[in-house]
Design a protein around this ligand. Sequence first.
Ligand code: SF4
Length: 340
Amino acid sequence: MARDPLDRYWMILGGEAEARYLTSKQTMMDVDLRSDTETLWAIHSSAAPSKKSQGEVSLLDLKAELAGRMLSDCTMCERSCHANRACGEAGHCGVLDTRISSEFLHMGEEPELVPSHTIFFSGCTFDCVYCQNYDISTNPVSGMMIPPDLLSKAIEKRAMNDAGKVHQLNLPAASKNVNWVGGDPTSNLAFILRTLSECDVNLPQVWNSNMYLTERTLELLDGAIDVYLTDFKYGNDICAKRLSGIDRYMEVTQRNHQIARAQAEMIIRHLVLPSHLECCTRPILTWIAKNLKEVKVNVMGQYRPAHRAQGFKDISRSIRVSEYESALRIAEELELDLCA
Ligand code: SF4
């Protein structure tokens, strides 16, 4: 029988495996966090999550320290602004202090993920002209500042509603995972790792992202994230530049999908854009079939012309039923494993 692409995810939910961040939290190391950054990266590169008990610093603490240092010369995403965000210098995304626009139990995600404790960050590393969440992605100073220790309590509380009480009191069901999203979570890497350092609940961590991260950011996520929920948008660099203001889209996202898949489990989302079946949908799905065939794919048909989309003729309308059906047909012909 074929292996379930989310095998480990289900094992964590069944209590038979541990969320990766918990293992990193219990991997104790003999390291001085006041050491210079190069030394800390060298120690991090040779560390493996193993629940060793020597030392007073956990691998998760080391990750959080390195992410915190990246704020002084930000290269969390491939825009590589080198902004000193720690001193109030905004980079392209504009994110300084982490702001949370909302956190709730999302029932509209993939069936495998609901109820999903989604934590939406303000701000984004992309400038998508059709952004469906533009109210938060284009306003990095909107939302609330919630300290990591308080957010960790919310995460634990959302995970604890027991089934009996849910039914009797009409409460929402307990969360199956924590879903870090935005905008995009990348600019908030340091905050997320600090929050996980405060958590103890055995819940899968989901990185819901445009995947425009640097390799360094991916290194820090290795051992903290259980499922990458990726948003694969374009099948060529020209559409990516024109509609999201992004350079080197194909090189970066294809590289990152492969790195992320080697680290953890994955669900790939593709939002079908009107008039972009041949330039984007087909090449993306073909690439997945060739390189990541075993992952689950969600071909999404809910595009609507939001934000500035009316200024771009090709995407100024919703997708036609026939376009969505064609996208599904391509995925089926390629024998992709589609989400239910
Ligand atoms: S996360 Fe923001 S500041 Fe950092 S490199 Fe990316 S766009 Fe620039």
